[in-house]
Structures are given as structure tokens and as C-alpha cells.
Design a protein around this ligand. Structure first.
Ligand SMILES: Nc1ncnc2c1ncn2[C@@H]1O[C@H](COP(=O)(O)OP(=O)(O)OP(=O)(O)O)[C@@H](O)[C@H]1O
Ligand SMILES: [Mg+2]
Length: 217
């Protein structure tokens, strides 16, 4: 998902994850129709609890537990939410940290890690629940170019695996063009255009999409 600030990208991610309720429109997540809340009401907890377990999210600002090690950050939710045996959860966390290139950082706490390393821990943590959908909200916006490259490389590997749906909000258009199947352009709380990544990014149909890319590229 791409588009100008305030266009609704984060809000749409929050809707997909049941962190926000909507006023209108249809929402289907993983085959489940989510009804409109009655009287602008609360998030439908019994409906979302099982869905959320199948959806992971990675934020711009990492949001790791500061007092826990990288390994503990990754192993925590499987043990507490899914009641996985702690030893098995640690083994799996260790494998996930290896996968994001952080085998030597298992015992490090977030403040001992670079931003790029923290974000890779956050990705391993999201993967620990083995989600069907993985959401990323500007995962590299807080990182310098070198760290951005290492995090994008991890996301690209996950995308190439085709094991789950990734929804990535990003301003890294070269990355989107090469790694995404489809790109959606959002402005003023609407998807103005959605289609094959290459086409939307290089030859957009909507004049607003065109104007946006003329401005930013
Ligand atoms: N629950 C809500 N009801 C109405 N408007 C909202 C609600 N939540 C957010 N908004 C508004 O929706 C707009 C879109 O915000 P959002 O954070 O989704 O944009 P964004 O595309 O992620 O922008 P950025 O690129 O700056 O992160 C903002 O103007 C925000 O104030
Ligand atoms: Mg946002």
C-alpha cells in the first residue's frame, strides 16, 4: 500500500487486524465476514480473537519488550497466547532468529541492538505465531539506508516463500515494484487504484496516482 500521508494506509491495516472499527463498507478477513458494529460499537472480541492469532503485525517503531532478550521477545507470545511448551518455543524462536540473520543476538536486549536488528527481531516475533497474514506499517521508515536494505531483504525472502499474505505499507517504491504482486494507492481514505505492482508504479491509471508519483519520484 502506497500513498500520501493521512491517506488511510495505517487505518486500513488496523481494520484488517481488528484494532479499529469501521463506519461503512464490507470487510472480509481470512474468509470471515466482519459485520458492521452496531451503534458505532466496540470491536467484536469473540470474532476477532481467533482471527488475530492468524495475523501478525510489524510496526515502524519495533515495539519490542525492552527488558527481554531477543529470544524471549520471539518466544513470548507462543508460550503465553498459544500455551506452547517453553522449550519448544525457544527452539523455534532460535530458528526464526537464525532465519533473520540474528543467531548471535539471541541474548541481546533491544537497546543493545541496532534499529535494523530490532526490526528483524520484531519480524521474527511476528512469524513466531505462524500467521496467515503479516502486516507491516512502514517497517523501514525509522532506519538508515543500510539497515533498510537488510530489513527489506528479510521481507523479500518472506514474500518469495509465498507461504502467507504480506501487506506492506511502504515508501520504498523500488522495493514494492520488485517484491509486491499488487500495489494499492490510497488517498483520502479510498483505494483509488489497485493492480499489478509494475503497472501501478510505472504507468498508473488514476490521475491522482500519476500526480503523486510525479511528485515523489
Ligand atoms: N477512527 C477514525 N475515524 C475517523 N478518522 C480517522 C480514524 N482513525 C484515523 N482517522 C483519520 O484518517 C486519516 C488517515 O490516517 P492514517 O494514519 O491511516 O494515514 P496514513 O496513510 O497511514 O498516513 P501516514 O503515511 O502519515 O502514516 C487521518 O486523517 C486520521 O486522522
Ligand atoms: Mg501510517
Amino acid at each position: 500500500m502506497v500513498g500520501p500521508s493521512g491517506g488511510g494506509k495505517s487505518t486500513l491495516l488496523r481494520l484488517i487486524n481488528g484494532l479499529e472499527v469501521r463506519d461503512a463498507g464490507d470487510l472480509n478477513v481470512l474468509g470471515t465476514d466482519v459485520p458492521l458494529p452496531v451503534d458505532g460499537g466496540e470491536i467484536h472480541a469473540p470474532l476477532w480473537r481467533p482471527l488475530r492469532q492468524r495475523i501478525g503485525i510489524v510496526f515502524q517503531a519495533f515495539h519490542l519488550y525492552p527488558h527481554k532478550t531477543a529470544l524471549e521477545n520471539v518466544a513470548l507470545a507462543p508460550v503465553h497466547v498459544n500455551a506452547i511448551d517453553p522449550e519448544a518455543a525457544r527452539e523455534r524462536a532460535s530458528a526464526l532468529l537464525r532465519r533473520v540473520g540474528l543467531s548471535d543476538k539471541e541474548g541481546s536486549r533491544p537497546r543493545q541492538l541496532s534499529g535494523g536488528q530490532q526490526q528483524r527481531v520484531a519480524i521474527a516475533r511476528a512469524m513466531a505465531m505462524d500467521p496467515d497474514i503479516l502486516l507491516f506499517d512502514e517497517p523501514t521508515s525509522a532506519l538508515d539506508p543500510e539497515m533498510t536494505a537488510e530489513v527489506l531483504s528479510v521481507i523479500r525472502d518472506l514474500a518469495e516463500e509465498h507461504a502467507r499474505t504480506l501487506v506492506v505499507v511502504t515508501h520504498e517504491y523500488a522495493f514494492a515494484r520488485e517484491a509486491a504482486d499488487r500495489v494499492a494507492f490510497l488517498e483520502d481514505a479510498r483505494i483509488l487504484e489497485v493492480g499489478p505492482a509494475e503497472r501501478v508504479l510505472t504507468d498508473p491509471e488514476h490521475p491522482r496516482t500519476r500526480a503523486f508519483f510525479d511528485r515523489v519520484l
